[in-house]
Design a protein around this ligand. Sequence first.
Ligand code: NAD
Length: 413
Amino acid sequence: MMRPSESTNLYFNQAADQLKMPEWMRKLLITPKREVTVQVAFERDNGNVETVLGYRVQHDNSRGPMKGGLRYHPSVDLDEVRALASLMTWKTAVVELPYGGAKGGIAIDPKTLSTKEIERMTRSFVDEIHEIVGPDTDIPAPDMGTNFQVMSWFRNQWEKYHGFNPAVITGKPVEEYGAKGREEATGRGVGILAVKFLKRINVRPDQCRTAIQGFGNVGSHASKFLFESAFPVVAVSDISGTFYNPKGLNIPEMFSYSLKNGNRLEGYTGAEKLPGEALLELDVDLLIPAALGDVVTKENAGKVRAKSIIEAANGPVDPEADAILASKRITILPDILANAGGVTVSYFEWVQNRQHYRWTLDRVRQELDRTLSDAFENVWQHSATNDVSLRTAAFMLAIARVQRATELAGGAV
Ligand code: NAD
């Protein structure tokens, strides 16, 4: 399998080919500005000192301060973070946020740590990277394995060095400078885009049988929005397996079940239970991978029966699978657009922090809808005009904007 950064760069190059971009410009845009690996040492509850590696990759800042999540997961390494940082540059550009891209993380499974240990580890990480992040340089946010509590510790530790400035990080608790609607934003954005997409292909929501992989932050909120928009959500899965009902699942019931059950669907009895992998191969109209990267590969792409895919997770379809799905005429709405709702509302949070002003939930939702709808229409038109996939169209628009900003700044031309 390709390394994550190879996959991202391959998608980049498909778009750069269309743009007839010279080699030197590709190299300039692909190469991260800065990659940092730091030692993160912290005390375990038993008094021992644990040492792990922390990363922050700052990919590009030509369009604004860099933005991207912090992931605590055992799979984290420099190459994964590098790929995700680059995706953030294209994601912020495709929805026209005044940001560049970054990503960070720690190679550890937070489920093996106590709350106090996660706090000490986070503070130690901030001690190592506080000088390179800030509200005008690089603004972290939550990702897999981190949440609003981790963001609070991060901010508190950073402010010990630099003074009060909640705009240093987004995804904060709502009662502590967080934005209303941030938690639901990525899943809601997936739902908003699914509705737009169906309008474009002339399919009614109630005719669109949908399967969603993952019932965490993104998957559960996407399911809820689609259920409320009349989509029959016939299958959802999480780490405990697939839950299936060909007539449509009772999503509100599953949402509250998961909430009460430690964010897991395990033990839910209101649907037929299938193995986890079965979800990807169901006979549905729309498939939404909203759990992990690289779940559709050349091994299983041939078995996908969905007519369309919306990439809610980052990098769920690898490039070999992408080519197989294209040959089967399966349409893919790419991750850099599909899951941009999260960073969009993170931007709204940062704007509110900088203005010391709070928006209503209605305003957040309206602005999210407008931002994603505009981006969707641009990508859709660009794809039709240039006769390229939605992914290539999204990358073309994003890359051209970053190239333009780089050229306007001078130095490279
Ligand atoms: P999460 O940890 O809240 O949820 C992940 C879900 O996936 C859980 O329900 C888990 O049980 C499930 N899962 C794990 N392994 C699985 C498997 N093998 N089969 C089926 N389900 C499995 O994470 P999240 O925040 O919802 O993020 C999901 C994806 O969306 C990630 O790729 C993340 O990078 C991406 N993303 C998240 C956001 C955000 O705002 N949270 C924004 C952009 C992109």
